[in-house]
Ligand binder design. Structure first.
Ligand code: COA
Length: 315
């Protein structure tokens, strides 16, 4: 397939590190040094589905497609206010889509998972035009008294329209199940028969373990991805890496031996917005005219699961 349009929307509320240090035992110095994050957009009065619908309409407008042209809509999301129907259904109603749609929860690498599904449907001859939306609100998963997690995240939504083409050269998905590294649980509705104990547990993370997984999985998958398509790092124009932590991005860059100029970032202004991260960054690169025709762009993301994904796209 080929990317025909992109769009993104972030919440209006900007939270600085100094604002966090008003109620947390933290500092701008600690957060900036350990993560590279300066500010993040945090949901206040917005609903995620409204931001996602607006991002989708922006991408559709850029693509020149109409709602009736879409054969499939896949939404990457971890949590939102609706348990059912899927966020994809909620967005579809808002933007007038009537094609089959569903959600994928693959955490932060959700864009690569949705891209892989779309490309597989396309190669099977079942679709020609696909909408992908990556919408996440990880700030609603954190305990805001826990300085080790809440400082890392921001919210947002971004969309990609895919049409006919052969620009997606390869996708790679990887799973290394290890739930206790990054997880959240919630209590479900009670019934007269429930005898087990259920506890609401906000996002828990073993930061150092996730850090190590991220760097290893990303570098291993990127090298395998390039080898699978007969390309080398010299052929790569840009890496769009999950915006989780600037130190993770730097470690990936150093391991691959690639220059900083190949790694556009937005982590300083956005923090980690889960699967929306890569797609928000993609949209800003597209709208700023960074990519030129023929550029080879490599995507890499990692997160809860533990899962990781990579993709190579010719612009
Ligand atoms: N402000 C100030 N101090 C903080 C803090 C904060 N926001 N968060 C943690 N600390 C403290 C810790 O309590 C610890 O104190 P101690 O030494 O007295 O116990 C100290 O800082 C070091 O903590 P540590 O966890 O070892 O720091 P770190 O260098 O590993 O950085 C992360 C922590 C979370 C920034 C880092 O591990 C990381 O980015 N991991 C990956 C997380 C991620 O990206 N997850 C999502 C992936 S999708």
């Amino acid at each position: 397939m080929k990317i025909l349009g992109t769009g993104s929307v972030v919440p209006k509320k900007l939270v600085t590190n100094d604002m966090l240090s008003e109620f947390l035992d933290t500092s701008d110095e600690w957060i900036t040094t350990r993560t590279g994050i300066g500010t993040r957009h945090v949901i206040s009065d917005e609903h995620l589905e409204d931001m996602a619908a607006e991002a989708a309409l922006k991408a559709i407008e850029m693509s020149g497609k109409k709602p009736g042209d879409f054969d499939l809509f896949i939404c990457s999301n971890v949590v939102n206010e609706y348990v059912t129907p899927s966020l994809a259904c909620v967005i579809s109603e808002k933007i007038g889509l009537s094609c089959p749609c569903f959600d994928v929860n693959a955490a932060c690498p959700g864009f690569m998972f949705t891209l892989d599904i779309a490309e597989s449907y396309y190669k099977a001859g079942r679709v020609k035009t696909v909408l992908i939306v990556c919408a996440d609100e990880p700030t609603r998963m954190c305990d805001w008294a826990d300085r080790s997690t809440c400082v890392l995240f921001g919210d947002g939504a971004a969309a990609v329209v895919l049409g006919e083409g052969d620009n997606i050269l390869a996708t790679r998905l990887h799973s290394q199940p290890s739930v206790d590294k990054l997880w959240e649980r919630r209590v479900l509705e009670p019934t007269p028969y429930i005898t087990k104990t259920e506890v609401n547990t906000p996002l828990q993370m073993k930061g150092r373990d996730v850090f190590k997984f991220a760097v290893t999985a990303s570098t291993t998958e990127v090298e395998a991805l390039l080898e699978s398509i007969g390309k080398t790092k010299d052929d790569v124009s840009y890496y769009i890496v999950h915006q989780a932590n600037m130190r993770i991005i730097d470690a990936i860059k150093n391991y691959l031996g690639e220059p900083e100029s190949k790694f556009p970032t937005n982590i300083a202004d956005h923090g980690n917005s889960s699967s929306a991260s890569c797609t928000i960054l993609l949209d800003s690169c597209v709208r700023n005219g960074l990519f030129k025709e023929g550029d080879l762009i490599v995507f890499s993301a990692f997160g809860a699961g533990l899962l990781s994904g990579a993709a190579a796209i010719v612009w």
